[in-house]
Write a protein that binds this ligand. Structure first.
Ligand code: HPA
Ligand SMILES: [Zn+2]
Length: 339
């Protein structure tokens, strides 16, 4: 199939985003605009110079720049504008439903009130639902390089907002910060009725995926690439239909893989894993949903049917009602038949 025909097939597919850090959607142009109105400076002369700094050898090199970028977000309206810009962007990409992360500690540790962050993001999500028809769920992620006490404090801050936050997650520097470090705070979150997810097996070993399953009781694994090191784990993930939210362009940019052509997606599918495709931090890694789908589809020469399966897997792995999931899956089946 020609690249352009794959791209247009993907553009028209209904899609859902399940692995996205809202702070990772901060495009350089908006970053300069918000920095200026907050009387802050960015240590780069202009957008081009900033973009040239987006070259990473590993997760930590990215995180250092990502946290620096987020530090110009000060007011509620900044969080609103960030989220609204993201939603208008993915609306053009036929993204129907989003379940996105925010990292409160990145902001509360700079003395930005939790409510500014939450309310700014949430108001934009509500507007996105009303004006763009994009449904949503919000996931509060704990930073794993900080201690469990800080995560507990963050969970306490979220308790009055259980109607707005459906799940807790775990992100940031993985190696040396295993899921077990956050066992107690996840247990408390579960008791309070939150769903749980965790980044595991992106750079960290397959043992971290076991811990996320057994100790944090996750309903999805974010990334999970390293599951391929462990046949027993592969069996367990397949048996439980545990989704792995994969992010091809992120993995490429952070050198988790060296080339998209080496991406072990087909091996994962052969093991009956419920794999889904997402964008992680699109402003930093060069692409939103369509670019991640087409990047992997072109590199691996996927068929339209395989691409449609990936899109359907996204809805299956979401927290939409069974009825909504079925509607989207049917819509994708019909789309496949007519294209
Ligand atoms: O890919 C990621 N991994 C871990 N933490 C993150 N925070 C934003 N993106 C990431
Ligand atoms: Zn991520």
């Amino acid at each position: 199939m020609k690249d352009s025909s794959i791209q247009s097939f993907i553009a028209g597919l209904p899609k859902t985003e399940l692995h996205l850090h809202i702070e990772g959607t901060f495009e350089p142009e908006l970053m300069f605009k918000i920095a200026k109105r907050n009387n802050l400076t960015i240590p780069y002369a202009d957008v081009d110079e900033l973009k040239r700094a987006y070259s990473f050898n590993n997760l930590q090199e990215f995180l250092d720049i990502y946290y620096a970028g987020a530090s110009v977000l000060i007011k509620e309206e900044d969080f609103y504008d960030l989220t609204w810009a993201y939603l208008t962007k993915v609306h053009e990409q036929n993204v129907k439903h989003v379940e996105i992360f925010f990292d409160p500690q990145t902001h509360t540790d700079r003395n930005i009130p939790f409510e500014y962050v939450l309310n700014g993001i949430y108001r934009a999500l509500e507007d996105g639902q009303e004006k763009l028809g994009i449904s949503f769920k919000l996931i509060m992620s704990f930073l794993r390089h900080l201690d469990e006490a800080s995560a507990f404090k963050t969970l306490e801050q979220a308790l009055p907002y259980k109607d707005k936050i459906v799940a807790v997650g775990l992100d940031s520097s993985e190696v040396g910060n295993p899921p077990s470090k956050f066992k107690n705070v996840f247990q408390k979150a579960l008791e309070e009725g939150f769903l749980t997810v965790a980044h595991a097996g992106e750079e960290g070993p397959s043992e971290y995926i076991w811990e996320a399953l057994d100790l944090l009781k996750v309903t999805r694994i974010d990334h999970g690439n390293r599951c391929l090191d462990d046949p027993k784990l592969l069996q367990r993930l397949a048996q439980e239909e545990m989704p792995l939210t994969l992010c091809p362009l992120s993995n490429l940019e952070l050198k988790v893989i060296q080339d998209l052509k080496e991406y072990p997606l087909l091996t994962m599918m052969e093991h009956n894993l419920l794999v889904t495709i997402h964008s992680d931090d699109p402003a930093y890694f060069g692409g939103y949903m369509n670019e991640n789908f087409s990047g992997i589809a072109i590199a691996l020469d996927l068929s339209k049917s395989q691409i449609a399966t990936l899109a359907k897997n996204g809805f299956k792995a979401s927290w939409l009602s069974d009825k909504k999931k079925q509607e989207y899956i049917q819509e994708i089946d019909l789309y496949l038949l007519s294209h």
